[in-house]
Design a binder for this molecule. Structure first.
Ligand code: ZN
Ligand code: ZN
Length: 619
């Protein structure tokens, strides 16, 4: 019987001769679907062999693998005197799905029924259990002398590692009679999750053999902890050592490139994917779109988008959100209506893109309509991000008071990002009284961060209220809040270069500062005066101007100018909001040098071309 042939047409001739146990076993081992499994189950019932221990066991396990725990449990409950294998299998099915309470209940029942656990029982139990239960199980394994078994010990290392007790995990790991690849990977994962990448790397380097899972864990550790260059380097070594990367490897790498805006490296990963037959499925496709958008190239993102067959909503979302962060509102909204026309159901992420698009294009009434349709038409409860988009939408349109009323009427607690947006709007529209009111509220509620103080100070400065600026400075000093250091990066020749304000670590530092001097000359010729009011420190006017000159984004731009060919687009990533002086200076640099400069700050993208910015000076 072919595995795809309907059962009814082929079982009639074999009614008196049931298929061999071997044949049935293999059918149960690799069912194609629940439907297929049900057919095989019916066959067993018809021939009255469903209680055969091996067949019954495999039937239960296969139902569980299709997430039909209900069938699996029902069959288990009908099994006469289940052996330890049956118990272990049902425990495993539950703990694999994070149902550790039920897994433990089965374990207790099993022991009460006088069935002795084996090492696989413990390995199954330890899979998802919390550290408290894990400690109790650890005692049991010692008592029953299973604790040195490699599977059990690996499970124990994992329990302590997940529970955050790294010292215990490491002790158990170090005293293992034999280390398996899995136990090593478990320990590396433990360090990686905590950001202890050096510890993870030491173990990784000491391994005799490594599989793709292990490489992925180490690459992801670098990617997730702000060391994208190391992630890419390790990937190159993986390729040299002829370990075949898979989709997971690619996802980590693309995330790393996106985080730091490393477009050249992202392109390299993309071409590797294409040349090595790694399928661009919806996951890898979305990650590519996301990477290209974050690296400032929505054009490349669109090329990928158009080529993905069988798009799902995540792919559509990536492209819509991508357009929106670049301020391409029209494109984002067009794509949204096309998506709806094709019958895709939008998600909460879709609306973040759509609402942002409306905000950038000043489409207030459209944005409000989308916001109410979210809940009314699609049944999606707005999250804090959606409220943030609405505040942004109203503020950009100059409706600051309305935005404030909107925040007060929210059903959920506003977060610092949202208050920051509102304060930013007060600065831009010169609404001092509302700005003060909000800032006082935040300080009173202990919700103020350095951004709050800086925005408030900017509000006062913009209105020439120097007493206010001084007051904020005192407040900030008294509350012990320090400004988060700004950091900008630029990718040149596949390597990401980072700069903090006043940085002199760069080997080409001397040339960078010479370039800054040259830029200053250009600015002076253009009649530009530094916007010293944005400087918070207690400095004399000349010193203030100097501290502005060495802002990290300016250093990154200067580095870009001296190390790339004329005409090359510069792509800068900044960890904070770009300050208004740097924004104005970058506009002028783009005009004077004729270069396109793309800057990604904490909130959005700025495309500087020939003296103006895509954000329309609102950010
Ligand atoms: Zn700046
Ligand atoms: Zn801008």
């Amino acid at each position: 019987m072919s595995s795809t042939t309907p059962l009814a047409t082929t079982t009639a001739p074999t009614r008196h001769h049931p298929p061999s146990i071997d044949r049935l076993t293999s059918l149960l081992d690799k069912p194609h679907s629940v439907h297929h499994l049900l057919q095989t189950h019916a066959l067993l019932l018809r021939h009255n062999i469903h209680t055969h221990p091996i067949l019954n066991f495999k039937l239960q396990r296969s139902y569980a693998s299709f997430n039909r725990l209900d069938y699996s449990v029902a069959l288990f409950r009908r099994t006469q005197n289940p052996t330890v294998f049956f118990w272990t299998s049902i425990i495993n099915s539950h703990s694999k799905r994070g149902l550790h309470d039920l897994a433990l209940t089965y374990y207790t029942e099993m022991v009460t029924n006088g069935v002795e656990p084996n090492c696989f029982t413990f390995s199954a139990l330890l899979k998802s259990c919390p550290i408290i239960a894990g400690k109790a199980l650890h005692c049991q394994t010692i008592k029953l002398e299973f604790d040195s078994h490699v599977y059990v010990r690996t499970g124990l290392v994992d329990v302590y590692a997940r529970g955050g007790d790294v010292a215990a995990a490491r002790l158990l790991f170090d005293t293992m009679p034999e280390r398996s690849l899995v136990s090593l990977t478990t320990m590396i994962t433990c360090y990686a999750k905590r950001g202890e990448v050096d510890e993870a790397r030491a173990l990784f380097d000491g391994m005799k053999e490594r599989d793709v899972v292990c490489w992925n864990v180490m690459i992801d550790a670098y990617a997730q902890h702000g060391m994208p260059n190391e992630a890419l380097l390790l990937f190159r070594r993986m390729v040299v050592e002829k370990v075949k990367p898979n989709g997971v490897t690619v996802l980590s790498l693309l995330s790393a490139c996106g985080q730091i805006g490393a477009l050249e490296s992202g392109r390299w990963v993309h071409s590797y994917v294409e040349n090595n037959g790694i399928r661009i499925d919806v996951q890898v496709g979305s990650a590519l779109i996301d990477m290209y958008c974050k690296c400032g190239s929505w054009e490349d993102a669109r090329l990928v988008f158009d080529r993905i067959g069988g798009k799902d909503v995540v792919v559509w979302n990536s492209m819509i959100v991508g357009y929106a962060i670049h301020g391409l509102s029209l494109e984002a909204l067009e794509l949204f209506s096309e998506m709806c026309r094709l019958g895709y159901q939008p998600t909460d992420i879709t609306f973040i893109g759509v609402l942002n698009a409306c905000a950038y294009a000043g489409l207030v009434s459209e944005g409000e309509a989308f916001f109410s349709s979210m809940k009314d038409e699609y049944g999606i409860e707005p999250k804090i991000e959606h409220y943030g988009c609405m505040v942004n939408l109203l503020s950009r349109a100059g409706k600051v008071e309305e935005a404030y009323e909107f925040v007060k009427s929210m059903k959920i607690e506003p977060d610092p990002v949202l208050w920051g947006t509102l304060l930013g709007a007060c600065r831009l529209h010169g609404n001092i009284s509302l700005g003060e009111k909000i800032a006082e509220y935040l300080v009173g509620q202990d919700l103020a961060n350095s951004g709050t103080y800086i925005l408030l100070s900017n509000i006062y400065a913009a209105a020439g209220n120097w007493d206010g600026v001084a007051k904020v400075r005192t407040l900030m000093r008294n509350s012990g809040i320090q400004k988060e250091p700004g950091c900008s990066s630029i990718e040149v020749n596949n390597k990401v270069h980072e700069f903090v304000a006043g940085d002199k670590k760069c080997p080409r530092s001397r040339e960078v500062y010479a370039m800054i001097e040259e830029i200053n000359g250009w600015l002076k010729a253009e009649g530009y005066t530094p916007q010293t009011e944005t400087v918070l420190h207690d400095l004399a006017e000349r010193e203030k101007a100097q501290s502005l000159e060495v802002h990290s984004e300016k250093l990154a731009i200067a580095f870009g100018l001296i190390s790339t060919q004329p005409g090359t687009t510069l792509k800068i990533v900044k960890n904070l909001r770009v300050c208004s002086d740097c924004h104005a200076v970058t506009k002028l640099i783009s005009k004077i040098t004729g270069r396109k400069i793309v800057m990604r700050d904490r909130n959005r993208f700025h495309h500087f071309v020939n003296g103006s910015c895509s954000c329309g000076d609102y950010w």
